[in-house]
Design a protein around this ligand. Structure first.
Ligand code: SAH
Ligand code: SF4
Length: 414
């Protein structure tokens, strides 16, 4: 499909790409290793101790500043060293099974990761949302989810496995490849990207899975993504969303330091126990204590609370009042998300007027409470259409919904 066709209104470009044979190697990847891990891996293959620091810095530069995925591109690394690296390691990207580009510039990649010592090969989705002045990438941390939030489609799928740090980070590297977001690379003609230097300016850990149930790999990947000598994303532009794994919220603050989003969805324990069952383990009070203790919160660094609007379940003014009381003292913004129905769910999206009333109340109490609307379409149409069609969301609608969820996270200033 040509680029012009891909950008015809409503079009979605599907582009199965040819797999790189190097993908399926069982060689370990150098992507997603911390500096000490990389030094150890090189040392084990005979790189002398006194060279390790220099070699790691060299590789770090090529992998994360220049974005190369081929050892032969590392022109200042001696040929015999490159041969040694090729023999023992890989830096290949995952396979792109499908690339979709919607007419508003939203991109979605279906990626396949080989097993490479991490269990079975898996496929996951990564979504890119360009907006004026920012480009947000939504990254997955697990395939499936062990939690069973009753309104969430992912919650009905079994956990297949955790993604490795390599796989989490590769989603960012691949998106930057495809957008021409590394030095010297060209952005695809006709692509919609923000006007500044960078095409991916923000990351949200809001894809599949509960990131805090895969803490170590998520931590390693995010620390590499925010490393000032490499990919150097600002921590204020990285948002991690959790359903409320309280002990790891403390660790996130201490050990990762990115922005936090909480999937709140209910403000009474008995209701939250049903909607977000991890609440039985870590009830609201414990969750909000962890939020209050989150480091360096201020009006410029707020916690985002996600609240899905479920008709006659959590959408009363009483709930709005309780929310305001509950969040008192926490620098917060509240994202009201119209429920996105899926086949087999018993929930419905709240009426538009109810959502507006809810938002007005929270706004009047001093909280920013944007209602998330699918890009490029009117929310009423989307909700109504989904109700009447009910069975199946069309691909374009799914993409519009995902884009809506992802846009607008993280702060703009560095
Ligand atoms: N597991 C993490 C990260 C996923 S983020 C978490 O729960 O925070 C995805 C967001 O979409 C979460 O806030 C989730 O609660 C919300 N969500 C899931 N299913 C939804 C649906 N059908 N409609 C609207 N929001 C939904
Ligand atoms: Fe869905 Fe997040 Fe709940 Fe998992 S934790 S079931 S991804 S809402």
């Amino acid at each position: 499909m040509s680029v012009t066709e891909a950008f015809a209104p409503g079009a979605i470009a599907k582009k199965p790409l040819v797999a790189n044979p190097d993908l399926f190697t069982s060689k370990p990847s150098l992507i997603g290793l911390t500096r000490p891990q990389m030094a150890k891996a090189l040392h084990e293959k005979g790189v002398p101790e006194k060279q390790l620091r220099m070699r790691v810095n060299q590789l770090w530069h090529w992998l994360y500043i220049r974005g190369v995925s081929d050892f032969d591109a590392m022109t200042n690394v001696a040929k015999d060293m490159r041969e040694m690296l090729k023999e023992h390691f890989t830096i290949a990207r995952p396979e792109i099974v499908e690339e979709q580009i919607s007419n508003d510039g939203t991109r979605k990649w279906l990626l396949r990761f080989p097993s490479r010592g991490a269990g079975r090969p898996v496929e996951i989705e990564t979504v890119y949302i360009p907006e004026e002045g920012r480009g947000t990438l939504c990254i997955s941390s697990q395939v499936g989810c062990t939690l069973t939030c009753s309104f969430c489609h992912t919650g009905t799928q079994k956990l297949v496995r955790n993604l490795t740090a390599e796989e989490i980070l590769s989603q960012l590297l691949l998106a930057r490849d495809r957008l021409g977001d590394f030095p010297g690379a060209d952005t695809p003609p006709g692509a919609f990207v923000p006007t500044g230097d960078r095409k991916v300016t923000n990351i949200v850990m809001m894809g599949m899975g509960e990131p805090l149930y895969n803490f170590d790999s998520v931590k390693t990947a995010l620390l590499i993504a925010t490393d000032g000598d490499g990919l150097s994303l600002s921590k204020r532009r990285v948002t991690l969303s959790t359903s409320g794994v309280v002990p790891e919220i403390y660790r996130t603050g201490e050990e990762i330091g990115v922005m936090l989003a909480i999937s709140l969805h209910a403000v009474r324990d008995e209701l939250r126990d049903m909607l977000v069952p991890i609440n039985k383990k870590y009830p609201l009070k414990e969750l909000l204590d962890a939020c209050r203790a989150y480091p360096s919160l201020s009006n410029a660094r707020r916690i985002t609370f996600e609240y899905v609007m479920l008709k006659d379940v959590n959408d009363s003014l009483e709930d709005a009042k309780l929310m305001v009381q509950l969040l008192k003292g926490i620098p917060a913004k509240i994202n009201l998300i119209p429920f996105n129905p899926w086949p087999g769910t018993n929930y419905q999206c709240s009426d538009w007027a109810t959502i507006e009333k809810f938002a007005d109340f929270i706004n009047a109490a001093g909280y920013a409470s944007p209602i998330r609307t699918p890009r490029g379409r009117d929310i009423l149409a989307a909700c109504g259409q989904l109700k009447s069609e009910s069975e199946r969301m069309r691909k374009t609608e799914r993409l519009a919904f995902e884009a809506m969820m992802i846009a607008g996270h993280g702060e703009d200033d560095d």
